[in-house]
Design a protein. Structure first.
Length: 153
């Protein structure tokens, strides 16, 4: 699937140190394997681990008569490894495309350079998949990764 992005989104992707082909790979993998979260408005959140970095693509699919494409809204990443679901509380506006279950707000095990903590995520209790939202990855998790790296040094 072709991924289209505005100049502003391209700039954000570049500033975050992401490569456009990697973001394209995230979208293509999500679309072919149905490993993605979809909200009620049709927004898609997909992820893929590439070289120990989890890369996320936030996009909408525009279906055409002959061909469809993805309009990328944003892309972001984190280096923390997401582990098992610790809990799943209230429901969300998201559905897991893999198993067609409602995604819950919850907590997952997160680990990075030997340090493990529990953190918030969108979780699918049925298939065990989880996603970190952009504001958490670009703010809270980025700070935590920096602190863990500093402590390790």
């Amino acid at each position: 699937m072709d991924v289209k992005m505005s100049d502003a989104v391209k700039e954000t992707v570049g500033k975050r140190g992401l490569k456009e082909p990697d973001v394209q790979d995230v979208v293509n993998t999500a679309e072919s394997a149905k490993k993605k979260a979809v909200n009620k408005s049709g927004k898609v959140l997909a992820k893929k681990v590439i070289n120990n970095v989890t890369i996320y693509a936030d996009y909408n699919v525009e279906r055409g008569i002959l061909k469809s494409h993805a309009n990328l809204n944003s892309a972001y990443s984190h280096r923390m490894a997401l582990g098992k679901i610790v809990n799943a509380t209230e429901g969300s506006d998201w559905t897991c495309a893999n198993c067609n279950e409602q995604i819950k707000l919850g907590t997952v095990e997160m680990s990075y350079i030997g340090v493990s903590r529990n953190g918030p995520a969108l979780v699918c209790p049925k298939c065990g998949d989880s996603w970190v939202e952009e504001y958490l990855a670009t703010k809270t998790i980025a700070v935590a990764e920096g602190l863990f790296e500093k402590k390790k040094a």
